[in-house]
Design a protein around this ligand. Structure first.
Ligand code: AVJ
Ligand code: FE
Length: 432
């Protein structure tokens, strides 16, 4: 356990370092979008949380830099205001996170990770790994927003191994276990495990592709209020939306900007950088709807042979490169059909990785929810302001992604690596 935690901390820091070393100091302190913090804020924030949760709370040690707690408290300052704060500069921020990490590795050596109270100490280390990985994904989104030539490099994702997948899979009615009480690194909002009855539904086998989304554009979907909710249409009008974020119509064809590259929109890849409202409008146009969070998790985890919920669609094994497009190995979603080894028992593909998937559900607590370790982690976000996203994206690390993992955001957000798939309730003639 100790060795695994140390390895995860190191692997995660290597990612943060690569994301922040890829640009010069001027770019590190700049705000690339009002939606995001300067990269240097994310870096020092990661260190500050690590100091507070591990060095102080778990270790009981004296504070290193109590003077900067407020600067890096996400609740004190909105992202748009962060560039004007007296933040640590690039060299100071790098020095600070290194200093905190040295203390944390000493603490890891001296903290017993077995035993009652100490189970939660092991969790605290896991939580810090996930927290840093989440900010790494946020920093990756900042890179995507950044203007200028490409600075991040990757390999192309695997080509589709199976083509001509059926459009939909059927998930029969019945109960399943949602959430978890046993997954060691699960966050408070994923707990506890509880039984949920889900009526029969059909789910798209794969996320909606650019090719299909283009058909919605070509059909005038962005100009037809019939497909949009009142809030969605208001947003579409106000923001002047004409297509996914980072797309531009040039000389009769759609191009997209991807980490500094301009390229034709690839039809076989899942669509990414759409808001909840756009996803909902597409689904209505297609004669479908977005899946609820319950439906999504049942499709992703329920194994009808054992009656059990799996950790991942493919089983209980940790994600490998053959299962899912996770961890920034690739800087784009893979085409549909690229991960047959990651398919779920119900037959759905690519539920984990590639793109976060918008669901129809508000972010709410499960029955029996208990805030841990702080109310600010999840509880203060519960309510109808945020929609749940599931499954992780190509920019999500495996440490912060599992069948039970719940992400959330405002329904207008488009800079995150979010797409969607549709669901539908069977007609009277289709009940299985
Ligand atoms: C779970 C991705 C919505 O980035 O706002 C980071 C994760 N919480 N620091 C976010 C998080 C505190 C959170 N999301
Ligand atoms: Fe944070």
């Amino acid at each position: 356990m100790r060795a695994r935690v140390a390895a995860e901390l190191e692997r995660t820091r290597a990612r943060s370092t690569a994301l922040t070393d890829a640009v010069d100091d001027e770019d590190l302190v700049r705000q690339h979008s009002r939606l995001m913090s300067p990269l240097v804020w994310d870096l020092a924030h990661v260190g500050s949380q690590e100091e507070i949760w591990l060095v102080r709370d778990v270790g009981g040690a004296e504070a290193l830099r109590p003077d900067i707690d407020d600067l890096y408290d996400a609740f004190q300052h909105r992202r748009s205001d962060r560039p004007s704060l007296p933040l640590l500069g690039p060299a100071e921020a790098r020095g600070y996170v290194r200093e905190v990490r040295t203390k944390v590795l000493d603490l890891l050596d001296s903290t017993p990770l077995e035993g009652r109270r100490l189970v939660s100490d092991a969790f605290a280390f896991g939580m810090i790994v996930q927290h840093e990985q989440q900010h790494d994904e946020t920093m990756l989104a900042t890179h995507q927003l950044r203007d200028g030539p490409p600075v991040l490099h990757d390999e192309a994702p695997p080509a589709p191994a199976v083509r001509a997948l059926p459009d939909e899979v059927r998930v029969p009615a019945g109960p399943f276990t949602m959430g978890t009480s046993t997954e060691p690194w699960a966050l408070d909002n994923e707990r506890p495990a509880h039984e949920v009855h889900v009526p029969e539904f059909f789910l798209d086998t794969a996320p909606v592709t650019n090719g299909r989304y283009l058909a919605f554009l070509d059909a005038g979907g962005y100009d037809d209020p019939r497909w949009w909710s009142a809030a969605g249409w208001e947003y579409r009008q106000r923001a002047g939306l004409v297509g996914p974020r980072f797309w531009e119509h040039v000389d009769g064809r759609w191009m997209r900007r991807r980490f500094g590259h301009w390229e034709p929109v690839p039809p076989g890849e899942p669509v990414v950088h759409v808001s909840f409202h756009e996803a909902e409008a597409y689904a209505a146009w297609a004669g479908k709807r977005l899946p609820t969070e319950q439906e999504w998790e049942k499709a992703a985890r329920f194994d009808p042979r054992s009656g059990r919920s799996l950790r991942y669609p493919w089983g209980d094994a940790d994600p490998g490169p053959e299962h899912a497009n996770l961890g920034q190995r690739h800087l784009r979603p893979a085409e549909v059909g690229a991960y047959p080894a990651g398919a779920a028992p119900c037959g759905a593909h690519q539920l984990i990785g590639d793109v976060w998937e918008w669901t129809a559900s508000d972010f709410l607590p499960y029955p029996g929810f208990a805030a841990f370790p702080y109310r600010e982690y999840s509880e203060v976000f519960f309510g109808s302001d945020h929609k749940v996203l599931r499954g992780g994206s190509f920019g999500t690390d495996a440490a912060a992604c599992r069948g039970t993992f719940r992400n959330w955001d405002y329904p207008i957000r488009r800079q995150i690596f979010a797409g969607f798939r549709c669901a539908r309730t069977p007609g009277a003639d289709e009940i299985g």
